[in-house]
Design a protein around this ligand. Structure first.
Ligand code: ZN
Ligand code: ZN
Length: 518
């Protein structure tokens, strides 16, 4: 068990490497047991680099998408291994990020997963790019990747794989501020209600409910929302895909739309979900002063410039929900959420949603607006889950979760007793402390559930266990004067057998380092 440079196992979603071998943590097939270990780079000399950046590709197959179990950490050590300059958590949600923290606060950003676009069926690979700005004043550094299962439960996954590590010029200065995307709502509209709010909602001919959506960028002054292959991007191109249906690039999982019904005796039931979650980000209308830098939708970098709005008008392909079979003349709630799993670093994550409470007409035509109230609007109450159990609820097999922080922006993900991981988007909010999540196809026996939110926090709970063994977090790397210190979380001595061997990453693997050491 430990880090290796090889091409096994082949069970990683999207493969163990981008090509050939990768640096990966497992025993050649899984991470079974209670274990952990580090992979330490050679000394990396930052001399001559104006804005040094560490980039690496990442893919993982573990128990959680948050930071609860099977923890993945990136550490930057000094040359003598006497201290760390920075330590970051890697996760899909709940990753390290502090917008006031300068270079260290920027961190490596979020992880992503293999994903199939709901509208077009386009597969998006699990391999994704991370970029970390290094401080030239650090002079010489060693990067260390640390994997830690925490305990012996639910470790039958392929683990963590890293590929194409490089340290080179970033190409542009590190960000000094953040954008902020938020929907155009009747309340925040700068020019009055202009029909770009979700309130502009209609039943089209047939059974499709359609609506308008506008997405502003007004975060720190002058800071553009840039994604993709661009030196100032805050999210790598691996989070985008070429949509052959729209014939341009999309950011995957950019928005989420759903239809709800407050149902007496049951709860606030999520009835339907829109297929369109992936969008092109571009500038459509200025909402303040400032230039547009957007290249449109045909490039693998995209932007919503500061003080601009992207508009997804009423006719936008795929921006719809099929209402066939739903009772008419009664009220529903339509909820739209930007960046539902918090891929984008922003000045605020509390303004991502908007909603419309309306009466559904029997024939084609505009819906009757009732209000913009949401019984369970986004909350800042910390997300937590205390208990989970499986039972029939409202005619469907569900996982009942008891906890706090539940609102209409939740994104549940379910893990089965094997290695299947499936998004479980349909759920009922029974009360502020209870949700019932419908078990999706592909899950045979529920082993654990993750709850994610655009707010950026996450909660995990297991339905199996408890663990029979736990293991302290891997300690400092061998060769460090700190190496005799107790491992994190207590214990006497570093237990090398239990924590796995440290792997020294060959210089060969670090492409830019090889160039620079000539
Ligand atoms: Zn990652
Ligand atoms: Zn498109």
């Amino acid at each position: 068990m430990g880090w290796a440079i090889d091409a096994s196992p082949g069970t990683f979603p999207s493969g163990v490497s981008r090509a050939g071998s990768s640096l990966n943590y497992n025993d050649g097939s899984t991470c079974a047991g209670a274990n952990g270990g580090g992979a330490l780079s050679p000394v990396i000399n930052l001399a001559g680099l104006a804005v040094p950046a560490l980039t690496f590709w990442c893919n993982y197959d573990t128990e959680t998408r948050g930071a609860g179990y099977d923890k993945r950490t990136l550490e930057i050590w000094n040359e003598g291994l006497t201290a760390t300059f920075a330590v970051w958590t890697l996760a899909s949600v709940g990753y390290s990020f502090d917008k006031t923290g300068g270079l260290v606060g920027i961190g490596p950003g979020p992880c992503s997963e293999a994903y199939t676009d709901l509208e077009t069926g386009t597969p998006v690979p699990g391999w994704h790019l991370h970029k970390v700005y290094l401080d030239p004043a650090w002079s010489k550094v060693r990067a260390r990747f640390v994997f830690w299962t925490v305990d012996d439960l639910r470790n039958g996954y392929a683990g963590w794989a890293i590929d194409d590590i490089a340290v080179d010029e970033a190409g542009a200065a590190a960000p000094t501020g953040w954008p902020d995307t938020f929907p155009d709502t009747a309340a925040n509209e700068l020019f009055g209600v202009d029909g770009r709010e979700i309130d502009n909602c209609t039943r089209a001919a047939g059974n499709l409910l359609k609506w308008s959506w506008g997405c502003n960028n007004q975060g720190d002054a002058g800071v553009h929302m840039i994604i993709g292959d661009h030196p100032q991007s805050i999210l790598g191109p691996s989070f985008m895909f070429f949509d052959a249906v729209h014939n341009h690039w999309h950011m995957s999982q950019y928005s989420d739309f759903s239809l709800w019904k407050d149902t007496a005796g049951v709860g606030f039931v999520k009835l339907r979900r829109g297929p369109k979650r992936s969008f092109c980000l571009t500038d459509i209308e200025a909402i303040g002063a400032g230039p547009s830098i957007s290249p449109g939708c045909n490039d693998i970098w995209q932007a919503i410039s500061y003080n601009w709005q992207d508009v997804y008008a009423l006719g936008t392909s795929g921006q719809e929900i099929d209402v066939a079979g739903l009772a008419t003349g009664t009220d529903y709630l339509l909820v739209g959420v930007i960046d539902p799993i918090n891929r984008l670093r922003e000045t605020s994550n509390l303004n991502q949603a908007d909603q419309l409470h309306f009466t559904l007409p029997a024939a084609a035509g505009a819906v009757t607006k009732l209000d913009n109230l949401n019984p369970y609007p986004p909350t800042t109450t910390a997300l937590s889950v205390s208990t989970a159990s499986v039972a029939m609820f409202n005619g469907q097999l569900c996982v009942k979760l008891v906890g706090a922080g539940f609102d209409t922006t939740l994104v549940p993900v379910m893990f089965d007793i094997g290695t299947a991981v499936v998004e479980a988007p349909m759920f009922t909010i029974v009360s502020a402390t209870e949700v019932q999540v419908v078990i999706p196809a592909g899950i045979t026996t529920v082993a654990s559930v993750d709850l994610l939110r655009p707010l950026g926090d996450a909660a995990s709970i297991r339905l199996v266990g408890p663990p029979t063994a736990t293991v302290p977090a891997p300690g400092p790397p061998p060769g460090s004067p700190l190496n005799d210190a107790p491992p994190g979380g207590g214990g006497k001595k570093r237990r090398c057998g239990a924590t796995g061997l440290e792997l020294l990453i060959p210089v060969m693997l670090i492409a830019a380092l090889r160039r620079r050491s000539r």
